[in-house]
Structure formats: structure tokens, C-alpha cells
Design a protein around this ligand. Structure first.
Ligand SMILES: C[S@@+](CC[C@H](N)C(=O)[O-])C[C@H]1O[C@@H](n2cnc3c(N)ncnc32)[C@H](O)[C@@H]1O
Length: 352
């Protein structure tokens, strides 16, 4: 069948298309999940290949794999080359594990059972106000990570994928040269800290996380060439934070927690932060009202993600201000971090 000319294609924003995209959203996650299960992004990283050739290596049924690759092409992940081979597009290449800017771990995590199953229980979370993850898996999210080291490793790598570009953008947007030691609280494998230290010669750092969270940090920091300027420390930020920093950074941490526990974590930071120190929270900030429709859905989807899996939420500017005040801080500034991650820098100082 010949392709419809661009002008006679249905408008993507017509009401019927909006509904189809809405109710069939899960199909694109399933396609991506299967592509990973079969190892397709990595198999295609070396160049174009035919469905039959790929089927042999991936252990798949050739004609069915052809249909999957065709659907991936329709979604912009692969493209058909002239001789019926399939190649990764520029976007598809980000799903490979070896290429520059790889989002392999992040994408794998987002289509992993530990992420999509809670979304199937969204109704229960909205009805009860409880993270459905806990009834589905019989434990809270962080206990699950502790009991599943393979998923924890994937989680840490995924957070690293998400933090690489943000770290570089934060270092470009925020003057780090006035600080001596930055503590990256809940800093996972140290990707953000490494980017901050790489951009700021002379700055020292501590990455602080739970034992499973910080497990890969030392290796990562050494590989990033900043091992001699930092250390990895394990602990519980609900109990205490390490002393010694004049800048404490929390990226994608505060939104994991409800107001009560977020306040506890920030109070623990207040206890160790010197009077002239700074607190930097890196998170999405939800607009006070959804004034544009359709709005950028990302913060709202992430907010529901916090609802189904954790006891956290995305917050508005006034909610951050209230949280910071309750924890003994004064909000100084909120500015967007340039980049597709759509996060903000929320800067605060200790209230005397
Ligand atoms: C969403 S991840 C963010 C990781 C990293 N900051 C980033 O953005 O790439 C939240 C982090 O909080 C850590 N965490 C959770 N509970 C913790 C606790 N009680 N004490 C210390 N770290 C904890 C997790 O291990 C995880 O690395």
C-alpha cells in the first residue's frame, strides 16, 4: 500500500488521534520492552541487519520479528534501509548500551516490571492514597531494591543515565567555584557528582546513599577521573547526613518522599550545613495551575509515578517554599536547568 502524502495524513492533534494515542500508550512501552528482551538495540548497534538474520541471533520467529521491527520503524526507533534491512534511527541508537548519550539503562528501567506493574494499580493508589507497589510486591520500593540487587544495579545505572546531562547543565548554570566540598545526597552511582567535579577543578565531593544505592559509586567516580577528589559514604538520610560539605545537592530525592519525611531529610541537612552553606534541590517543579491544555505532561506523569511506587510527589513552587521553611531554610531562587529533562534548580540557605 502506498504511503499517504503528508498533507492527507490525519492531524496528530485531531480529537480521534488524541484518544487513540491515549488509550494505546501501553503498546509503545510493550514494543520497547520486547525490543530490549530480544536484545535488538544492541544487535543493531553495529549496523543494519535483516529480520531473518536478527531472528537467528535473538531467538525469535523471523516473520514476527519483521512485524515488530516495522512497528518500531513506524515509531521512529528503526528505519528500513533500501535492501529491506533495518537500522537504528538517531533516537533508536539511544537505546543501545554502547553509543554516546546512551539511555539504555533508563529506558530498560522505565519498561521494567517494577515500574509498569504499579501503573496497572493506579486506580488502587488513587482510591487509597497508598503506593500500590507495596501491596503488589509486599514491601516498599527501597526494600525491594535491597532484595533485588540486579534491579538495584539497573536502577542506579538508569539514574546515572538521567543525571549525566543534568550534571553538566547544573555546573554550567550554577557557580560552583565558591564551594569547597559538595555532598550529593542520595547521589546513587555518583554520575551527577562526577559531572560537577569534572566541571570545577579544586572542588571536592562526597556521594552519600544507602548501601545498595552507593554500591557502584566508587568505581564510577574513579572511571570519571575524579576519584582522588571524592569519597563514597553509605548511610540513611532519614537518620543523619555526613558533615563536611558547604553545598548539599539533592537530585531526584526529595520528590520520592511525603512532606513529613522530606522535612526530616532536609532538617538533617540543616543540622550539618554551615551558616554560609547552600542547599540545592534539583527536581521538576509543577506549575501552580494547569493553565495550558494540553500542558507538558512530564511533571504530572512523574508525579503519578511517585504516587504508585513511593510516598512522594512532585511539588509546586509554593509547596517547596513551605517544605523548606518547615525544615529551617529560606528559598532563594528557582531557575530552570536547560535541557530535555525539564528540571529546576531550587536554591536555599539556612534560616538563622
Ligand atoms: C531517584 S534516586 C536519585 C539518584 C540520584 N540522585 C540521581 O538523580 O541520579 C533516589 C536515591 O535515594 C536513595 N535513597 C533512598 N532511600 C535512602 C535512604 N534512606 N538513605 C540514603 N539514600 C537513600 C536511593 O538509593 C537512590 O539512589
Amino acid at each position: 500500500m502506498s504511503e499517504l502524502p503528508a498533507t492527507s495524513r490525519p492531524e496528530q492533534s485531531d480529537p480521534v488521534s488524541v484518544i487513540f494515542r491515549l488509550v494505546w500508550g501501553y503498546t509503545t512501552s510493550a514494543i520497547t520492552h520486547t525490543a530490549f528482551e530480544l536484545g535488538l538495540p544492541d544487535l543493531l548497534e553495529t549496523g543494519p541487519r535483516s529480520a531473518d538474520d536478527l531472528a537467528e541471533e535473538a531467538g525469535a520467529h523471523g516473520p514476527s520479528l519483521h512485524r515488530l521491527l516495522r512497528a518500531m520503524a513506524a515509531l521512529g526507533i528503526t528505519r528500513e534501509t533500501g535492501n529491506a534491512d533495518f537500522a537504528l534511527t538517531e533516537a533508536g541508537a539511544l537505546l543501545g548500551s554502547k553509543g554516546a548519550g546512551s539511555m539504555d539503562a533508563l529506558a530498560r528501567l522505565l519498561v521494567h516490571e517494577s515500574m509498569w506493574r504499579p501503573w496497572q494499580g493506579l486506580t488502587e493508589s488513587v482510591r487509597t492514597g497508598e503506593p500500590v507497589f507495596e501491596s503488589q510486591f509486599g514491601m516498599d520500593y527501597w526494600a525491594y531494591m535491597k532484595q533485588h540487587p540486579d534491579v538495584s544495579d539497573l536502577f542506579n545505572a538508569a539514574m546515572g543515565d538521567a543525571s549525566q546531562a543534568v550534571g553538566t547543565a547544573v555546573a554550567a548554570a550554577y557557580d560552583l567555584t565558591r564551594f569547597r566540598t559538595v555532598v550529593d545526597v542520595g547521589g546513587g552511582n555518583g554520575t551527577l557528582l562526577a559531572a560537577l567535579l569534572q566541571a570545577t577543578p579544586g572542588l571536592r565531593g562526597i556521594v552519600f546513599d544507602s548501601p545498595p544505592g552507593v554500591a557502584q559509586a566508587e568505581d564510577h567516580l574513579v572511571a570519571a577521573g575524579v576519584g582522588d577528589r571524592c569519597e563514597a559514604k553509605a548511610g540513611d538520610f532519614l537518620e543523619a547526613l555526613p558533615e563536611g560539605g558547604d553545598l548539599y545537592v539533592f537530585k531526584s530525592v526529595i520528590h520520592d518522599w511525603d512532606d513529613e519525611r522530606a522535612t526530616t531529610i532536609l532538617r538533617n541537612c540543616r543540622r550539618v550545613l554551615p551558616a554560609d552553606g547552600r542547599l540545592l534541590i534539583v527536581e521538576p517543579v509543577v506549575p501552580e495551575a494547569v493553565t495550558v491544555s494540553p500542558a507538558d505532561p512530564f511533571p504530572y506523569l512523574n508525579d503519578l509515578n511517585m504516587m504508585v511506587s513511593l510516598r512522594g510527589k512532585e511539588r509546586t513552587r509554593s509547596e517547596y517554599e513551605a517544605l523548606l521553611t518547615a525544615a529551617g531554610f529560606r528559598l532563594c531562587d528557582i531557575q530552570p536547568v536547560p535541557g530535555p529533562e525539564r528540571v529546576f534548580l531550587i536554591e536555599a540557605t539556612p534560616n538563622p
